[in-house]
Design a protein around this ligand. Structure first.
Ligand SMILES: [Zn+2]
Length: 314
């Protein structure tokens, strides 16, 4: 009896520990949504603004509190409105191997001078999501190093057009710097999130993205029963993943642009907290974390490298 009882106690203790561990490594949209609320209350956050510096301060506080170190990558961008000081914030969670997966999104909001634009979804949701993702990844055993990259200056300064080099300032600077210092080749894959908090989340299947990464995520979404949020709707979108793809990094963009825009909420005064929902952040967090072991297994094996060129001998 005693032995059985102590075994039962041990079994319960193990179960409790397992559940606690699972809770730690599950995405918690309540936390993510609270980050979003905090970020939005800083007001409009265009590149170079004091509100964006307050946002960075919030990142450092939140990440520091969970034991994740950050570093700033500050640079002067040449823009149509003159030089603008921008800062990418890089958080690193060391894994078993030095090669890394980069999870990224922009945290600046588009500059509008004629109305108040708080960018709850566009700029806010990606930043809030990445903060919660950092907590989960920190509590997890990671075969590869995890990097959380908050990108500045994704938005164009031109009020309506996206052209030339007037956009993706942060990602382009990051890629050039990583090429120069030789750290680009240790990025095995990049996952970009952008506008993932809209309350009727409908993600585009972004066609510039690396196909196997997209397929892994969309397949996982079907398995989890959230295919309504991940429809098979192909759509090419220019975003912060393009400089990485052009540099040879495998990358996927998870973005709800068209649906949010069709509702009249993209780059308008309507992009406010009430157009977003915690559930949308939860769905993306659940799918990404459920797909992650598959992505990691492929990256660790090195099976994700480009197929061997055909010799034409057969
Ligand atoms: Zn935007």
């Amino acid at each position: 009896m005693k032995k059985t009882a102590s075994l039962a106690v041990a079994a319960v203790a193990i179960l409790v520990m397992a559940l606690a561990g699972a809770a730690q490594t599950a995405f918690d949209s309540t936390r993510a949504y609270e980050h979003l609320r905090q970020i939005v209350q800083f007001g409009p956050r265009p590149a170079g603004s004091a509100a964006l510096e307050s946002t960075r301060k919030y990142f450092r506080q939140q990440l520091g509190a969970i034991g994740v170190q950050t570093s700033d990558q500050t640079f002067n961008a040449s823009t149509p409105i003159g030089p603008v000081k921008m800062t990418n914030v890089v958080a690193t969670i060391p894994g078993a191997r030095p090669e890394r997966i980069v999870f990224t999104g922009h945290y600046d909001t588009k500059l509008f001078r004629d109305f108040t634009f708080v960018g709850a979804n566009d700029g806010g949701s990606s930043a809030a999501f990445l903060l919660e993702l950092a907590r989960v990844l920190k509590a997890r055993k990671n075969p590869l190093t995890m990097e959380i990259l908050f990108l500045d200056g994704e938005e164009a300064f031109h009020p309506t057009e996206w052209r030339g080099t007037d956009h993706t300032y942060g990602s382009r600077y990051y890629v050039e710097a990583a090429k120069r210092d030789g750290t680009l080749k240790s990025i095995r894959a990049l996952v970009l999130v952008d506008m993932i908090g809209g309350r009727d989340l409908t993600l585009d299947r972004e066609t510039n993205s690396t196909p196997w990464l997209t397929e892994t995520l969309w397949q996982t979404a079907r398995k989890l029963g959230v295919q309504d949020n991940f429809p098979d709707r192909p759509e090419p979108i220019e975003d912060d993943h393009l400089p990485f793809l052009e540099a040879g990094v495998q990358a996927v963009d998870i973005i709800d642009l068209n649906h949010y825009a069709a509702a009249g909420w993209w780059h308008t005064r309507e992009d406010t907290l009430d157009k977003t929902s915690a559930r949308s952040l939860q769905v993306v967090g659940d799918v990404l974390l459920a797909a992650l072991p598959t992505i990691e297994a492929r990256l660790v094996k090195g099976a994700a490298t480009a197929p061997k060129p055909k010799t034409g001998r057969h």
